[in-house]
Design a protein around this ligand. Structure first.
Ligand SMILES: [Zn+2]
Length: 79
C-alpha cells in the first residue's frame, strides 16, 4: 500500500502526502516543539496525521524529560 493513495479522513477530498513537519504541543503548561516529525499532510485542508508509532515516541520523549526533571529537582537532605 502506498501513501499516495491515502484519502484525507477529514475532508475526504485531499490526498495525504508524507512530509516532515514541526510538531508542537502543550505539555504541563509548556510548549514543546519537535522539528522534523514524519506525518501525513492533506494537500487540500492541511490536516496533519501523525503515525501511532510517532505519537508513542513523542509521548515517550516527554515522559523521559518529565522523569529527568523530577530527579533533577530532588530535594537535598539537610545535614
Ligand atoms: Zn483534507
Amino acid at each position: 500500500m502506498s501513501a499516495e493513495n491515502l484519502i484525507c479522513p477529514i475532508c475526504h477530498y485531499g490526498k495525504l502526502c508524507e512530509r516532515l513537519i514541526t510538531h508542537s504541543q502543550i505539555f504541563e503548561g509548556q510548549l514543546i516543539v519537535t522539528p522534523k516529525v514524519p506525518a501525513l499532510v492533506c494537500d487540500v485542508c492541511g490536516e496533519k496525521i501523525l503515525d501511532d508509532e510517532v505519537l508513542t515516541r513523542l509521548s515517550g520523549l516527554l515522559g523521559q524529560s518529565k522523569h529527568g526533571a523530577r530527579s533533577a529537582t530532588q530535594r537535598h537532605s539537610w545535614p
